[in-house]
Design a protein around this ligand. Sequence first.
Ligand code: NAP
Length: 501
Amino acid sequence: MTWPSSSPVRIAVVGSGPAGVFACDALLTWADKNSHEIVVDLFDTLPVPFGLLRHGVAPDHPRIKGIADNLWEIGQDPRIRFLGNVHFGTDITLEDLRRHHHAVIFATGALADRTMGIPGEDLTGSYGAAEFVTWYDGHPDVDPEWDLSARRAAVVGVGNVALDIARMLVRTAEQLEATDIPEHVRTGFGDTAARTVSVIGRRGPAWAKFTTLELREMDKVDGVTVVVEPAELDDDEVSRRHRESDRRAGQIYAVLKKWATAQTEAGHADADAAEAAALAAGEKVVRFRFNRAPVEILGSGGAGGPDAGGPDSGGPDSGGPDAADHVTGLRLERTEPDGSGLRMTGETEVLPVDAVYSAVGYRSAALEGIPFDDSTATIPNRAGRVLDGPDGEPIPGLFTAGWIKRGPSGVIGTNRSCATESVNELLSDLEAGLLPDPESPDPQSVRELLDSRGIKVIDGIAWAAIDARERELGESAGRERTKLPGRDEMLDVGLGADSSR
Ligand code: NAP
């Protein structure tokens, strides 16, 4: 076995979300098993670790706690040095990391929104999922204000993020009392006006991407009635075969069918009748609408086209917002199944809504100096080895894991196997002596470099101070934690009297 001449082996992991932390775990587990010394510098642009687990998972999902505890435990290993509030590309560059580490793993995730590419997406009241998710999860860099005055909202997409958004839109501040969201967010939910939230699938129910547990949760929110149009559950042969062969698709279909059947048995002729009855009874409604592709977001100033609010619209009701450029409707085109895809029919309708949330998938952002495939919004890679271009050659010492490696798919746990695959590639290069030796392996030199650039690094001690303050804040309100709002507040708490460092 050939080893790098300098020891311990120093790895930089950029991104401290689940994939980054699972990569640390895989490295250190291997080091333990093989009695070798590996140390990791875990960088994050945020002052606190855990990425999407903290700023992407809906706060009303306590099931996630087990994973959070697991990441926390991994993060306590003294061989991991957390270096938060350090932005890759500006505060520290690829060249810097190479100078101080044997290898770098990029695990920066995906928290930008994909767009639908339809007119009207820039209207006020048209939001990307990530914008809303980062707001309610108290991301330190997002505007603390959110307009929850829309009475009717559409959520485009039938994946788990769409479910999170629809569910959060019908939540009350009281229902979020036990969660860790910052106080300004909780207060914001006190102003939620949503009465009807439509969740829009461009294909039929057999092709929805939800997971079963998440879909079932929708029906468990107090004060909310789920509505499904029974006729939209009639599917074609290909869809039927798909849901018969795919367990998850079959379960999703069964849940939707159960809701539709209960509606019919309650005497409602169709989804419109069920929705009207629920609203009249003072319930909020989450309504699933399938086989409809969004083609245009309409605005009150006519921004969405000449026939905004026209004869097919049903017209935005008088209670809607009237700002010149505010969303008033969503034009949908009916679709028909075409194998596993869809065919546009030309038949359109306008759903009168005051807000449109597009939950059509996330996108990773390119990293300075690292190859990026814009068509997939991922780093070109082979099993986690960074390539110099799509179908290119591996770049020695560079690896990737998580959503920036494979795209935004899978549940949090999927990142463990994804990170392990990448780490195995790294370790095989390490064992083969293929990792380039760093010029300056002294751990102090990284810190000195950041200090010399005036970066206010949140290290393990500073993070512990932030964590302690959040637990304290939570405890006083009977919760496990309440997140601190804003980056400045985090830096103040983390660095305290030493905030000049
Ligand atoms: P997703 O599962 O890929 O769903 C995206 C949805 O958007 C699909 O229904 C897709 O429809 C639709 N879509 C895409 N482009 C569209 C367009 N132009 N017009 C209309 N619809 C469009 O993505 P996601 O919901 O963002 O979730 C990302 C990952 O995070 C998933 O793996 C998800 O399971 C995971 N996640 C898990 C949880 C949880 O476990 N609780 C919570 C949140 C997220 P088509 O299928 O027709 O393309």
